[in-house]
Design a protein around this ligand. Structure first.
Ligand code: HEM
Length: 403
């Protein structure tokens, strides 16, 4: 019989819980309710096991900032959303699923590559890519799918450039990424996608030994500290994290602005708001929305509850980012808000390594799109938009627009 853990008197929330179809920008209704009624509550997972659901801004930061909570998915009791998710997290894990000091040792090899100054210097290159994609998308046409023609290729081209991965193979690795992040994939599909991506990146690392360039993969090879398999794991993390996230934020942000015409008009009238608007969109949309998983190494008291050693925790970022104590009126989008305390990039030692890159990409993508296409509008009814309820990272599968 499953041990469902302590009884809090409230029935557990089944996760992953989909966002409502009626208000697809808001957190899942069951989780929003838990956040109001019992901010640290129980959740049940696909296999009948259970874990804690932590929904408040303060508590989420405490868990993610506390080394007594481990990100090591190989520990018994670690919470997974699906069987395939368990395969993804435990089969050849990268440093996102490791603890310090090993996590820190590996992450440190990349900090210089993703620091703010370095990413800011990428602006002209990112701008050139954005303009070229829009030139192609608009040439002789009045309508297109924004995801396929702009939102996805932009970050995909940029991360390939940074890593030294040939973009010609983009169909292959974009397909692998989407299998890895789908909540509907089977264990076998994930295992195969993982293996194929791992082989692809191992071969790439080997090729850089013979023909070095100044991409990240080649520089990891040149350091001489990691074998091809370890470089491939790191490359896989960067490749998957590097394009799915920004791509979905770009498309979903565009849709959100089209649905909030007053906010869109304000941003168009005051383009200098773009940096703050991107933070607000990150907060409001929180596309990494199924909860960051951790497991307690020791008993920890949190918000008046005791989380026992060996119990799993899911830190729900999208309720944390709507927490009224931190973001009054947070259920509404306000491009003029100071949203910098959002946790859309996580918090603590695993806080997103790529955030300076994501910011540059999002600021340029949205600014360029709004400036160049003043008549931008949806080309299908809102109700027909295919939201990514089936994916670990939220967004839209396609966004047909016209201008
Ligand atoms: C980690 C979100 C873009 C690379 C994370 C985490 C979140 C996140 C929430 C923390 C995971 C955890 O603690 O378990 C986002 C969002 C993005 C974005 C919302 C875009 C809007 C990127 C990009 C890259 C990237 C462009 C580029 C390489 C990483 C890496 C980690 C990470 C390597 C692991 C860091 C570690 O474990 O130390 N991201 N990310 N992300 N992200 Fe991002």
């Amino acid at each position: 019989e499953q041990d469902t853990g302590p009884d809090t008197g409230r029935s557990p929330v089944a996760v992953p819980a989909a966002r409502a179809t009626g208000c697809p920008f808001d957190p899942a209704p069951e989780i929003a309710r838990a956040h109001r009624e019992e901010p640290i509550t129980r959740a049940t997972l696909w296999d009948g096991s259970s874990c804690w659901l932590v929904t408040r801004h303060q508590d989420v930061r405490e868990v993610l900032g506390d080394p007594r909570f481990s990100a090591d998915a190989t520990r018994p009791g670690f919470p997974f959303l699906t069987a395939a998710g368990r395969q993804f997290a435990t089969g050849n894990p990268s440093f996102i699923r490791q603890d310090d000091p090993e996590h820190a040792r590996l992450r440190r090899m990349l900090t210089a590559d993703f620091m703010v100054k370095k990413m800011e210097a990428m602006r002209p290159e990112v701008q050139r890519i954005a303009d070229e994609l829009l030139d192609r998308m608009t040439e002789g046409r009045r309508a297109a799918d924004l995801v396929a023609e702009f939102a996805l290729p932009l970050p995909s081209l940029v991360i390939c450039l940074l890593l030294g991965v040939p973009y010609d193979d983009h169909e292959f690795f974009q397909k692998c990424s989407s299998v890895l992040l789908s909540l509907r994939s089977s264990v076998e599909q994930v295992r195969v996608a993982q293996e194929e991506l791992q082989d692809f990146l191992s071969r790439l690392a080997e090729s850089k030994r013979l023909a070095p360039d100044d991409g990240i993969v080649s520089r990891l090879v040149a350091r001489g500290e990691l074998d091809n398999a370890a470089i491939a794991s790191m490359g896989r993390l960067l490749l998957v994290a590097g394009h799915e996230t920004t791509a979905n934020m770009t498309a979903l942000s565009t849709l959100t602005l089209l649905r909030n015409p007053d906010q869109l008009a304000r941003l168009r009238a005051e383009p200098s708001l773009i940096k703050g608007a991107v933070e607000e969109l990150l907060r409001y949309l929180t596309i990494v929305h199924n909860g960051l998983a951790r497991i307690a190494d020791e008993d920890v008291t949190l918000g008046g509850r005791t989380i026992r050693a060996g119990e799993g925790v899911l830190c729900v970022l999208n309720t944390a980012n709507r927490d009224e104590e931190i973001f009054p009126g947070g259920a509404a989008l306000d491009v003029g808000r100071d949203a910098r305390r959002h946790v859309a990039f996580g918090f603590g030692v695993h806080q997103c390594l790529g955030q300076p890159l994501a910011r540059v990409e999002l600021q340029i993508a949205l600014e360029t799109l709004l400036r160049r296409l003043p008549g931008l509008r949806l080309d299908i009814p809102f109700e027909d938009i295919p939201f990514r309820h089936d994916m670990g990272i939220y967004g839209v599968h396609a966004l047909p627009v016209a201008w």
